[in-house]
Design a protein around this ligand. Structure first.
Ligand code: PMP
Length: 400
């Protein structure tokens, strides 16, 4: 028999440069039930509104079955676009439904934005660190990444000068409870960021899957909201994955009309449109204010889980370790003392049935710090959080 080596198949250069996500590789190991995994980023199933979604699908099929099962418009189901536009409109900012495109999860939007903006070698600005899934999506289009410096308050707007941003196609920013750091940009930084980007003519991609999952501190205006009055171009991504359920694969893009119409052409070529029945069932679920009663319950789950992990870290991690205290979302970012390699720590942790994600893959540049790690806390029961963090604390050893 022929082996793969002599196969006549020739993959594209683009496909050949793809590698598996570091997280997917770790997740394969952590499927074993004895492993305590802080590696995944799965939302808590406790927050999935199963009876409500079931009833919504049933109502849609009973009353509008033929429409729900038919092809639909690429732009999305009109009542859902109107709902999103209404939900995001604020005093002083009106979103038009024509500025909303429904997508199959915000991950699809990242892929489409890569297609829209990136030529091989195009400069793309990302936070250091940033969301691994976005780096994967953009990388298919072979950009040249430029990392924007961050500190304990997240992205540093003052770092965006003419030299750093020259010829950049966009900056990709996660302002709320960032993945992977859990950090939130304060109002001053948000304002400075949109003003700088407006002055530099740099479009902002604002990715905000976790914004509704705030359980501490004051909600901050979105970059979209702050950007409009100063003339910044902001493309905002939202999703139903964290407020309803990720298996629905439903999200949206809010952007100026010229961006939306290009994205519509791209989406047409990608998948024609997002599943009609899913859009109709989600609209049916949210249209009467369901999220107003549902979201407080979800926030409570996340807050409780976050508290368990912060307590365990305080108890079991060495005094020279530092970690973020998220105001929402599902991640804590830990910085260990210099010299500790979290890739190597992971191997020792897996041998003791505990997993996390080392920090390095979240950096676009080659010089990633090796002493960071990401902990995800929402799906692990309290006693296993305590046990897992204790094991990690032992493996890291006492501080200096
Ligand atoms: N952006 C960020 C920052 C994320 O963490 C995720 C999910 N892990 C996504 C986008 C993709 O979410 P979805 O496609 O489910 O909307």
């Amino acid at each position: 028999m022929d082996t793969l080596n002599s196969s006549p198949i020739t993959f594209s250069g683009r496909a050949l440069q793809l590698t598996s996500s570091a997280i997917r590789e770790i997740l394969k190991i952590t499927e074993r039930p004895e492993v305590i995994s802080f590696a995944g980023g799965l939302p808590s199933p406790e927050g999935f509104p199963i009876p409500e979604l079931r009833a919504a699908f049933d109502r849609v099929l009973a009353t509008q079955g033929a429409t729900a099962l038919q092809y639909g418009r690429t732009e999305g189901y009109t009542p859902l676009r109107e709902w999103v536009a209404q939900d995001l409109s604020r005093d002083g900012m009106t979103i038009d439904p024509e500025e909303v495109l429904i997508v199959s999860g915000s991950q699809q939007a990242l892929d489409m934005l890569g297609k829209l903006f990136i030529d091989p070698g195009s400069r793309v600005l990302v936070e250091a660190p940033s969301y691994l899934g976005a780096l994967q999506s953009f990388s298919l289009f072979e950009p040249q990444y430029q990392s924007v410096p961050t500190d304990a308050g997240g992205l540093i707007p003052e770092a965006l000068d003419a030299e750093l941003t020259q010829d950049a196609r966009f900056i990709y920013v996660l302002p709320n409870f960032q993945n992977p750091t859990g950090l939130t940009l304060d109002l001053q930084r948000r304002q400075a960021l949109v003003e700088r980007c407006a002055a530099l003519g740099l479009p902002i991609i604002e990715d905000d899957p976790y914004g509704e999952l705030r359980y501490a501190g004051e909600p901050q205006p979105s970059l979209l909201e702050l950007g409009r009055p100063v003339g910044a171009t902001v493309i905002r991504l939202g999703t139903f994955s964290k407020v309803l359920a990720p298996g629905m694969r439903l999200g949206y893009v809010v952007a100026p009309r010229d961006v939306i119409s290009k994205l519509v052409q791209i989406k047409q070529a990608t998948d024609l449109h997002t599943a009609t029945i899913t859009q109709m069932a989600v609209y049916e679920t949210v249209r009467n204010g369901f999220l107003r009663t549902h979201l407080p319950k979800v926030r409570e789950i996340y807050q409780r889980q976050c508290g368990y992990m912060l307590d365990a870290l305080q108890r079991h991690f060495p005094a020279d370790a530092r970690w973020t205290r998220p105001q929402g979302g599902m991640f804590i970012w830990v910085t260990l003392r210099e010299g500790i390699d979290t890739g190597e720590l992971l191997q020792r942790a897996i041998a003791r049935n505990v997993a996390f994600v080392p920090g390095a893959p979240f950096y676009a540049s080659a010089q990633a710090p090796t002493n960071r790690l990401r902990l995800s806390f929402v799906t692990v029961p309290e006693d296993r959080i305590r046990t897992g963090i204790q094991v990690l604390g032992e493996l890291i050893g006492p501080g200096h």
